[in-house]
Design a protein around this ligand. Structure first.
Ligand SMILES: C[S@@+](CC[C@H](N)C(=O)[O-])C[C@H]1O[C@@H](n2cnc3c(N)ncnc32)[C@H](O)[C@@H]1O
Length: 261
């Protein structure tokens, strides 16, 4: 009896696409895109990055929006597993870093459970891309030595314990917090944060249409609605979010003092 040889399994590459600017892709990510035969990408991936994909590759969008899930997470996991079991190498392209609020952990688990080899290629998380592009340092020897990342979407927001994450010497970065901006500022003020703590909202970080908006914590919701801020945007809370001039002046003064000693 002749045995049909089993189809060799493909691999799944979970690839971070960074915050938007194609120049911020890793070399590994760029090489995988150039050589890809199948790319499964989510909605946050910039069109300029999709333009770098091998033109012969099949592209599947599994775009997600807050209230409109094009494809459920279980279906995305099943798609990756099915294609890899059929012998295809899959490039799963995700905004920012796959393991920062990107559900990369769930996809990797599903693939490993099916015996599929997974490679994870880190990307520049939007928190880091936005910090650099807006010149808001997340840590600063004079202002913050602790940084926390939290998700601000509605589900479970009230139960989340953020106490101690924001305040003096700390920077809080909130992903997906636009729709809950009012609850976020109320929650933080109920935890004891002063209403005048500086806040910056960075929309479309690293992209041509980037905006950086600032207000005190108590004005966060008014800022978001009056400027019609749209996703994707990050909220940065803490002294580092103060207008850049203040920080620069302070740093220049400190350098001048140091130079004069
Ligand atoms: C599902 S999370 C994905 C985060 C991603 N894995 C990362 O590391 O940046 C989506 C959220 O990331 C933030 N985000 C992603 N890209 C952004 C950008 N270019 N500018 C500002 N915020 C961004 C927004 O808060 C957005 O709602």
């Amino acid at each position: 009896m002749t045995m049909t040889p089993a189809t060799p399994k493909g691999r799944v590459h979970l690839v971070g696409a960074g915050p938007g600017d194609p120049d911020l892709l890793t070399l590994r990510a760029a090489r995988l895109l150039e050589g890809a035969s199948l790319v499964v990408h989510d909605g946050l991936v910039d069109t300029a990055i999709l333009a770098m994909v091998n033109p012969a590759a099949e592209r599947i969008s599994v775009a997600k929006a807050r209230s409109r899930h094009t494809m459920q997470q279980e279906d995305i996991n099943a798609l990756l597993v099915r294609e890899a079991l059929a012998g295809r190498d899959v490039v799963r392209l995700k905004g920012g870093d796959p393991f920062v609020f990107g559900r990369g952990g769930e996809e990797a688990e599903a693939c490993r459970a099916a015996g599929i080899e997974v490679e994870v290629v880190p990307g520049i998380s939007s928190a880091l891309g936005a910090s650099a592009a807006a010149q808001i340092p997340l840590t600063h020897r004079d202002h913050a030595s602790i940084v926390s990342f939290v998700a601000g979407q509605c589900k479970g927001l009230t139960e989340q314990d953020w106490s101690g994450l924001a305040g003096k010497g700390r920077t809080l970065v909130i992903f997906m917090g636009l729709a809950t901006a009012a609850q976020i500022s109320e929650k933080l003020m109920a935890d004891g944060l002063a209403p005048d703590v500086p806040v910056a909202v960075i929309e479309n970080a690293t992209r041509a249409q980037m905006r950086v908006l600032r207000s005190p914590l108590a004005g966060l919701e008014a800022l978001v609605s009056s400027h019609r801020v749209k996703s994707p945007a990050l909220i940065v809370i803490g002294d580092v979010a103060r207008a850049r001039g203040d920080l620069a002046d302070h740093t220049i003064r400190a350098l001048a003092l140091e130079a004069g000693k």
